[in-house]
Write a protein that binds this ligand. Structure first.
Ligand SMILES: [Zn+2]
Length: 91
């Protein structure tokens, strides 16, 4: 199995749509191929984020990893609200 096929089949693997034989061939490839194993881990984490996106407790380090994998950068303080302009506060 080459890497393209392995990654393509990972989706079916995660969805539980593959036969036992195909799942085994993917696991064997992942065991021999660190780049694919890394992609597989990322796919699992991404699904966890998607499945928990209604909750607001995604670990910051996981967001960071996803941002890095997608080639984007997170704002330094993602928690600060941006609701249209600076807020003047009188002290
Ligand atoms: Zn591979």
């Amino acid at each position: 199995m080459d890497c393209d096929k392995a990654i393509y089949r990972v989706y079916g693997y995660l969805d539980g749509e593959l036969t036992v034989w195909r799942r085994w061939t993917i696991r064997r490839h992942l065991g021999k191929c660190p780049p694919c194993a890394e992609g597989f881990d990322f796919e699992i984490e991404l699904r966890q984020v998607i499945s928990t996106k209604c909750r607001d407790d995604v670990p910051p380090e996981l967001k960071q990893r996803i941002a890095e994998a997608l080639g984007v950068s997170l704002p330094p303080d993602a928690a600060s609200p941006d609701d249209g302009g600076p807020v003047e506060r009188s002290v």
